[in-house]
Ligand binder design. Structure first.
Ligand SMILES: [Zn+2]
Length: 425
């Protein structure tokens, strides 16, 4: 059914003006409200079969479900972050964040027709807030028809007000978050943005709890390598399975006089736990290499795109003159799960015990390239390693791009004891 058909149906069922229904329906659909839900809410608006007039019921946040269409809640604003979206060729600024009462928390989106305050820490009664399902959970839509009244009441909520957060606790989807970090890496990139070519910053930030990648979509001059800054109103997105900090035109960046200390070590996890988490930007794993996978040792890369070339063929560029390189793909197992650890040329030189020229000579003498991977396997399979790097998990499996790969020195008895105390903790 086309939008026009839905409008036709609604207008005749509800006996109201077609243009009016069309305007409302287009609005809802443009705001990504699913068609069924949008129609339902218009049926309610125009009083189809309902008692009419009676407002939505007051609910505790913990009771709001995706079956509700409209509710009234009284809640504390935890966070509030702005975002600009393009809609009907115009730019609109919406607000997103989280609300809480004694029974739980809920995300909200405030569309630009919403006329009310969303100051973190303020308790507000939201009358007639729409409910929509987002990622399987209910979320509140605050719009033109929502009334907001500041309430002079302190709710005993079990959540942090204001959005100050440590890097380790960030989760994709969070908005209105403030962090205090040190900029560890930073580079300018040119991308094709909404308004043509535009410059952004990308790099890595750290605090005492960890490191995460960041992107600044509207470059702030205060963000440079070595700077310690407080960034307010950031949002968190998923980047290769791990959270990333996003800075926008709405963020404020303030230099800090004291440098922010940065954790030296990556958090250590079991392979199972790390894989289960869906991705980690910087993690340490300990396990035994059980196998060296195909595509290890002396390999060839496409000079155009750097992809590994198989039989002189690049997947994107066809027949190419491949360039020699060294790489290792090692399967690491700690008893909880396995992960493929990818070693770059430098780390591979170390586990192979020679450089690219040595590997070429080795292969030439044997008249077989696979001798390089064979030697790596002889040297690492069956041994235990401490590995640090960036883990991504997708349909191709769990891959960790290693920045460090060192044979474990801990004696097995001491480690067993440490593991035991972790399990008992
Ligand atoms: Zn290529």
């Amino acid at each position: 059914m086309s939008l026009e058909d839905h409008v036709e149906e609604l207008a005749s069922d509800l006996d109201v003006d077609k243009e009016e229904v069309k305007r409302d329906l287009e609005n809802l659909v443009n705001y990504s409200v699913p068609m069924d839900e949008a129609k339902q809410s218009l049926r309610r608006k125009y009083g189809d079969g309902g008692g009419g007039g009676s407002g939505p019921s007051s609910k505790a946040i913990g009771e709001v479900s995706t079956d509700d269409s409209n509710v009234t809640v009284t809640a504390v604003v935890l966070t509030s972050g702005r975002r600009s979206i393009q809609y009907n060729g115009e730019e609109h600024v919406i607000r997103e964040g989280e609300l809480a009462d004694e029974t739980g928390t809920i995300s909200y989106t405030a569309w630009d027709g919403f006329d009310g305050g969303l100051e973190p820490g303020q308790t507000v009664q939201f009358g007639n807030a729409g409910v929509r399902e987002w990622d399987g959970k209910p979320e509140l839509n605050l719009g033109e028809s929502t009334d907001a009244t500041a309430v002079d009441e302190t709710l005993d909520v079990d959540a942090e007000v204001g959005g100050d957060a440590a890097l380790k606790t960030l989760e994709p989807g969070e908005r209105g978050i403030s962090v205090e970090v040190q900029v560890l890496e930073c580079e300018t990139k040119t991308i094709d943005g909404r308004d043509g070519e535009t410059e952004i910053l990308s790099g890595v930030v750290g605090d005492a709890t960890g490191r995460l990648p960041f992107t600044d979509w509207d470059p702030h001059t205060e963000i440079e390598v070595g700077a310690s800054v407080r960034i307010e109103e950031t949002f968190v997105r998923e980047f290769r399975g791990a959270p990333s900090v996003n800075v926008s035109e709405f963020s404020t960046v303030t230099p800090l006089s004291e440098p922010v200390p940065v954790a030296e070590d990556a958090p250590r996890m079991s392979v199972g736990e790390a894989v289960e988490s869906g991705g980690q930007f910087d993690v340490e794993l300990v396990g035994t290499v059980i196998q060296i996978r195909d595509g290890s040792g002396l390999i060839e890369r496409c000079p155009e795109c750097g992809r590994v070339v198989q039989n002189g063929q690049c997947r994107s560029h066809g027949t190419v003159e491949g360039e020699d390189d060294l790489r290792t793909k090692a399967i690491l197992d700690d008893g909880t799960a396995t992960v493929t650890v990818i070693l770059d040329d430098e780390l591979t030189e170390r586990v192979y015990g020679g450089d690219l020229d040595d590997a070429r000579e080795h292969a030439r003498d044997a008249m077989d390239k696979s001798v390089v991977a064979d030697r790596i396997a002889e040297r690492v399979v069956g041994r235990e390693y401490v590995v640090r790097g960036s883990l991504s998990v997708d349909e191709y499996g769990a891959n960790l791009n290693a920045s460090e790969f060192a044979e474990s020195t801990a004696d097995p008895a001491a480690r067993a004891k440490a593991l035991l105390s972790e399990v008992e903790a």
